[in-house]
Design a protein around this ligand. Structure first.
Ligand SMILES: [Zn+2]
Length: 162
């Protein structure tokens, strides 16, 4: 299972991730938390194997916005993940991006912002964007796509309002 660590705001990783996120067009965003994600071993090893076959193209750090339908401000550990299959945030933490099918990424936070938001009965102003390591990405209309979810590995989840 994934390990989630809510970073302290004076942690250097927090400062670096926050700074890039804020400067990516979301200067008015208020960060609720930045969660460091260590994905389950099977997800990580699939990504590492995929990466080996694309070693020439390098790794990009990209954003992935998705919807949620649970209280994402309480996602401090794995046991808090909801079971709702429409919850993109919990689904990705559990298994990574969909293993088969195209996945979209934004090079900056403002592009991914448009894909975030609460669905269902879970109202609220908080949103969630993942920071992922991505290999074999193809640039397309200001965004990036990969053909397989295993091309991406979630590294951080940024919970914010804007
Ligand atoms: Zn959820």
């Amino acid at each position: 299972m994934a390990t989630l660590i809510s970073l302290s705001s004076n942690d250097t990783e927090y400062v670096t991730v926050r700074s890039k996120f804020i400067s990516g067009g979301l200067s008015g965003a208020r960060i609720h938390s930045i969660i460091k994600i260590t994905m389950p071993d099977d997800v990580t090893s699939k990504h590492e194997n995929f990466k080996k076959s694309y070693s020439a193209s390098g790794v990009l750090t990209l954003y992935h916005g998705t919807k949620h339908c649970c209280d994402i401000t309480k996602l401090s550990d794995f046991t808090r993940l909801c079971q709702n299959i429409t919850c993109g945030v919990c689904g990705i933490i559990r298994t990574g991006p969909r293993p088969n099918g195209f996945v979209w990424f934004g090079p900056s936070s403002d592009i991914s912002h448009g894909y975030t938001g609460a669905i269902g009965i879970m109202a609220g102003s908080f949103r969630a964007i993942f920071v992922m390591d991505v290999v074999s990405a193809t640039s397309s209309h200001g965004a990036y796509t990969v053909p397989h979810g295993e091309a991406a590995l979630p590294r951080y989840l940024i919970i914010y309002s804007h």
